[in-house]
Design a binder for this molecule. Structure first.
Ligand SMILES: NC(=O)c1ccc[n+]([C@@H]2O[C@H](COP(=O)([O-])OP(=O)(O)OC[C@H]3O[C@@H](n4cnc5c(N)ncnc54)[C@H](OP(=O)(O)O)[C@@H]3O)[C@@H](O)[C@H]2O)c1
Length: 300
């Protein structure tokens, strides 16, 4: 099959790309700067600067992962708008591509797997969170809600839509773990605030497998939590990571320091949700890395 990925140059997209190519599929990548990302992707990769540029070779599958990194900068009003607009615009491009294909009488994709995040639920305290849980209305929720809503019109054209609410993606060489490792390796790691906030996480290979599962399973649509079945609190995450590195983790970072340093963005570190992949498990998806110990053992 032919798969078009927005954000194919990213941490998740690059792995998904390789997996698809290994399985013999053709992959198309939409990137804002095809020349700059070329060295991150295999040389035969077809990278173009818009989804519309692929109109002559319509994809069978769309995977939508593009977006301004959530923790790159403080959440000023301008940065918040960029976080939302980058995702909504990338999603709308895919909807527009389908509208154009339909207008031309060309075949439409069968399915779109579109990104979202654990932030959809907002801060949920100790409550177990499934796809049914009522979200807490805060910025992260509003961002994900608009991202998800932008994908919805694709369903009216008969394209199956599966949304993945992604947890913290773990693998070496990128993502959050890459940023956490240096202080932890120096024995300077520690919990954030009380450490009681949940951190839903997922090994990158399991996320890629879940995306492929959602592409394959024709009966699956709607929202799916993309995180391992055993989420941990920040304190447990800290302890587990430190023990895998044989280092102590005795320097907690007080909440007020994070709030002063990061403003509203500190909510990413100080709040969370005990998010469970209820619908993926119900559909028969099995995780290769169900526990943090297993994932970190493989990664480190
Ligand atoms: N990694 C995680 O822990 C995690 C957790 C929850 C949700 N997610 C979500 O899952 C998606 C994939 O994650 P990832 O870690 O692979 O993301 P990533 O590496 O940060 O970025 C994915 C791609 O998005 C594109 N992008 C970056 N800034 C953009 C902007 N301002 N406007 C339009 N496109 C932009 C870039 O592609 P080009 O430079 O080629 O255009 C980039 O390669 C993201 O949307 C992310 O928010 C990730």
């Amino acid at each position: 099959m032919r798969v078009l990925i927005t954000g194919g140059s990213g941490f998740v997209g690059q792995r998904l790309f390789r997996q698809l190519v290994e399985q013999g599929h053709e992959v198309q990548v939409v990137s804002r700067s095809p020349h700059q990302v070329r060295d991150r992707l295999p040389s035969n990769c077809d990278i173009r600067d818009s989804a519309q540029a692929f109109i002559e070779s319509p994809p069978d599958v769309l995977v939508n992962l593009a977006g301004e990194p959530i923790a790159a900068k403080r959440w000023s009003d301008k940065q918040k708008a960029k976080l939302i607009n980058s995702r909504v615009a990338a999603t709308e491009q895919l909807v527009a591509l389908c509208e154009q294909l339909k207008a031309n009488g060309q075949p439409l994709p069968n399915v779109m797997v579109s990104g979202s995040a654990m932030g959809y639920y907002g801060a949920q305290g100790k409550r177990v969170v499934t796809e049914e849980t009522m979200p807490n209305d805060e910025f992260a929720h509003r961002l994900c809600k608009q991202w998800e809503a932008a994908a919805k019109p694709i369903e009216a054209m008969g394209v199956r839509l599966a949304i993945v609410r992604i947890g913290l993606v773990l693998e070496a060489g990128g993502g959050s773990l890459e940023k956490m490792l240096p202080p932890f390796k120096l024995g300077l790691g520690g919990r954030f605030g009380s450490g009681e906030q949940f951190m839903p996480w997922i090994h990158r290979d399991d996320l890629v497998a879940a995306i492929l599962f959602l592409i394959d399973q024709e009966g699956l649509s709607g929202a799916f939590n993309g995180s391992a079945p055993h989420p941990v609190t920040n304190a447990t995450f800290t302890k587990t990571l430190a023990s895998h590195l044989n280092r102590p983790a005795i320097f907690p970072v007080p909440a007020f320091v994070l709030k002063a340093g990061f403003g509203e963005m500190s909510r990413l570190l100080l709040t969370g949700a005990d998010m469970r992949p209820a619908r993926l498990e119900e559909a028969g998806f099995t995780f290769q890395y169900p526990t943090l110990d297993k994932a970190l053992e493989a990664i480190l």
